[in-house]
Design a protein around this ligand. Sequence first.
Ligand SMILES: NC(=O)c1ccc[n+]([C@@H]2O[C@H](COP(=O)([O-])OP(=O)(O)OC[C@H]3O[C@@H](n4cnc5c(N)ncnc54)[C@H](OP(=O)(O)O)[C@@H]3O)[C@@H](O)[C@H]2O)c1
Length: 403
Amino acid sequence: MCQYVSVPSFIQHRHLWNPYERCKKSIQWPPILSWAGHMNISQEFMGNPYFCLVKIQEKYMSRCLQLAKNARGTAAPNPVVGCVVVHNKMVIGEGYTSPFGGPHAEVNAIRSVADKSKLPESTLYVSLEPCSHHGKTPPCSDLIISHEIPRVVIGIKDPNELVSGNGIKKLEKAGCNIKVGVLEDKCKAINRDFFMYQQHKRPYIILKWAQTIDGFMAPDPGLRKENPAPFWITNPRSRQLVHKWRTEEQAILAGTNTILEDNPSLTARQWHGKSPMRVILDQKLRIPQSYKIFDQSSPTLILTGMEKPSEKISGVKYETLDFTTDITSQVSRILWERQILSVIVEGGAKTLKSFISLGLWDEARIFTGSETLNAGIKAPHITGTIKEEYFIDADALKIIYRD
Ligand SMILES: NC(=O)c1ccc[n+]([C@@H]2O[C@H](COP(=O)([O-])OP(=O)(O)OC[C@H]3O[C@@H](n4cnc5c(N)ncnc54)[C@H](OP(=O)(O)O)[C@@H]3O)[C@@H](O)[C@H]2O)c1
């Protein structure tokens, strides 16, 4: 594990680390060097005065994490990975995971190196262990070995049984110098859905809803019949953020009443990116085929308690659930079998509550608008650790993680 170091106040100013400034100010190196030695800071680090607050390996791993974010929403069911190639303290190559089926981050980073003759003197940094098996692409560890890259710094071991530790062993056997566990927590967090999928055999489950300041999700269904116009709790900027979130996850799930009452599209229309697969609960196949979820604009999976209908709609699939028992774990298993790493559950109240009551969720994103309703459908109650809290104009957004 990498440790952060606290830097004494007298060297916390960047300019004092600049050798030229140091000369001008007549600051002595020896106390700094002895402090650095005491804190076990490498010479490589000491040679980079502009990065005095981070160890050099953490700096390059942070860059890998930045790159990995570019793959969010396209790499799944692969993990999002970033990679940099460093030669003589210069980044000579960078890459991240291509859309599913395309080259991995290491391949893209190595390909981007203009002068390949530098590779046998370079260090490769990668946020997740390089793969060792033939999937849709050849093993990345073989590519690293074939280019004789002598040092590989890895953020975290791959939880995939087909890889876990094998990529590292292969590289070590070929004589590579390996370091594992740089910014490990962050490297795991960026792939929290992939780790959940591999280690717990279920998708990462995000619950999302909007509530009024007095805790309601929607007006009373009776009133909705009289006034069927959409009822918005959040402002347009919050709604756009939800569309961004949709592009980042593989599936979106909603209950029957939400579809019947709101006729939502459940697509990502207000953000660039792919819409998730729509997963709809419809025990008795009550939703008419004229509704927007059947518009074929994105793949749709209907989870029903009935026989699959004989009439086929392109892009719409059906799975049968046993509605006489808990359905949430059945939903979770079906999504796992379909290689869905993450799902965002967007309501309504009954659907959300069924996930909450079983503790089958990982993250809740709750908007509280500034309106009151006085009556209607009560928002769920949830407890966990508040991870983030901020405002989007007048809407409060809370991100809660399950304890
Ligand atoms: N504010 C927000 O963020 C937000 C978001 C979405 C929706 N809404 C509002 O919420 C309202 C709908 O919420 P709702 O609670 O009435 O309905 P819902 O959760 O959308 O749908 C509930 C229905 O889905 C099926 N279902 C869901 N979970 C089930 C389970 N665990 N087991 C069996 N069946 C299950 C059942 O249909 P069957 O009875 O056919 O079996 C159930 O009646 C709408 O007015 C909508 O506008 C608000």
